[in-house]
Design a protein around this ligand. Structure first.
Ligand SMILES: Cc1ncc(COP(=O)(O)O)c(C=O)c1O
Length: 383
């Protein structure tokens, strides 16, 4: 189907990625599927369902609004809100029966006051072992938080202890330092309050560092078949789930000296066929890709030339001969920006590396204007 911009998401690939990742977990650890930021643009609800079908046992998001969206769709699995929750946002967390993260006694008091309903709100205490963002750096404060949670039964229940790794995709020495701080804290905590679920690993640690698996891993980017090290999904045996496409809406002969796009950043040196694809930076094809990316059409690679504009990009289809034939590529041909065409492949990481960023940011940048179509290995699926 020719749509000006389209993101096709293969839910079967997500399910297989979860199965593959679970098979690598040490000691029976569970997999928590991190579906924040609308599952990095893939669609939180369909991705959550696919991840649960693949054996994920918990879902995680960053915000209470994201948790409420999962509940509104009828998902009943445990949902952990990993981000900070303000006092104003607490009623949403309570209504959605989410699990939450705590690192101050003040927050625990506010939560206990807001908590209502038949079941306790599950709380994970967070120790900051080196990320330097959320969580407490002080084990004493973490123990105090845990103790307070246990005294606020039956409104609250301590269900987990966690930390977050700053360099899981890089410096393994620092990963070891963080784990060496977390493990004795977790032991002592469990002596005080009993068994809770311990978790530290993101995707990179899940793939690289079995010692970080504990009772649960929190996997985001790897669900989508992206490489947590931002190089190549093949390196980690994962299947990219998302294809971003457009189509050839116009082809025109560009004579020497004629140009394409704002600022005339492409000026033809020889007669050239130039195609226009109606996709642009408002869809997530960032302006930094101007004269700096390729698209796949009919199994061949073509250079993106000129400035990426809000709604269009232009592509060099090759030189034109005077009174020669029209180019092989015709109006209506599908054009792949991320995905496969014939034997050619272009990954989210390829786009990210051209932009000197990471796969997460590319995926989060695919805008709401781009329709998402769901399928399972080519068979249309419900979103
Ligand atoms: C606390 C926490 N855990 C786990 C993850 C998942 O990270 P990734 O997508 O790299 O697997 C995130 C996402 O950034 C996070 O904030």
């Amino acid at each position: 189907m020719a749509l000006r911009a389209l993101a096709r998401v293969n839910l079967a690939a997500i399910e297989r990625n979860v199965i593959s990742l679970r098979s690598r977990l040490s000691g029976g650890a569970e997999l928590c599927a991190v579906v924040k930021a609308d599952a990095s643009g893939h669609g939180a609800v369909p991705v959550a369902r696919a991840a649960l079908a693949g054996g994920a046992t918990t879902l995680a998001v960053a915000t209470v609004g994201e948790a409420a969206e999962l509940r509104a769709a009828g998902l009943t699995a445990p949902v952990l809100v990993m981000g900070a929750i303000s006092a104003e946002e607490l009623p949403v967390a309570v209504a959605a029966r989410t699990e939450v993260v705590a690192w101050t006694e003040r927050f625990v008091d506010q939560l206990a006051d807001a908590a209502a309903g038949p079941d306790p709100i599950g709380v994970h205490v967070k120790l900051d072992t080196g990320m330097g963002r959320l969580g407490t750096r002080h084990t004493g404060e973490a123990f105090a938080v845990a103790d307070l949670v246990t005294t606020r039964r039956p409104r609250l229940e301590l269900v987990g202890a966690m930390t977050h790794l700053a360099t899981a995709d890089g410096d393994q020495e620092f990963v070891a330092t963080q784990l060496a701080a977390f493990a004795p804290f977790a032991d002592e905590l469990q002596q005080r309050v009993g068994r809770v679920r311990l978790h530290a690993a993101n995707s990179a640690a899940t793939v690289r560092t079995p010692a970080s698996h504990f009772d649960m891993v929190r996997v985001g980017i790897a669900l989508y078949g992206c490489d947590p090290m931002n190089e190549d999904p093949d390196n980690v045996g994962l299947e990219p789930a998302l294809e971003l496409s457009s189509y050839v809406a116009a082809v025109k002969l560009t004579e020497p000296g004629q140009s394409a796009g704002y600022g005339r950043r492409f000026v033809a040196e020889r007669a050239t066929w130039v195609a226009t694809l109606p996709i642009g930076y408002a869809d997530g094809v960032r302006r930094g890709l101007s004269n700096n990316f390729e698209v796949l059409i009919d199994g061949r690679r073509y250079a993106l030339v000129g400035t990426v504009s809000m709604d269009n990009v232009t592509v060099d289809l090759g030189s034109a001969r005077p009174s020669g034939p029209a180019p092989d590529v015709g109006v209506g041909s599908p054009a792949i920006l991320i995905g496969r065409s014939g034997g050619q492949r272009q990954t989210v990481e390829d786009m990210a590396n051209r932009l000197q960023t990471i796969n997460h940011e590319v995926l989060c940048g695919i805008s709401a204007r781009v329709p998402r179509h769901y399928h399972r290995d080519g068979t249309p699926a419900a979103g």
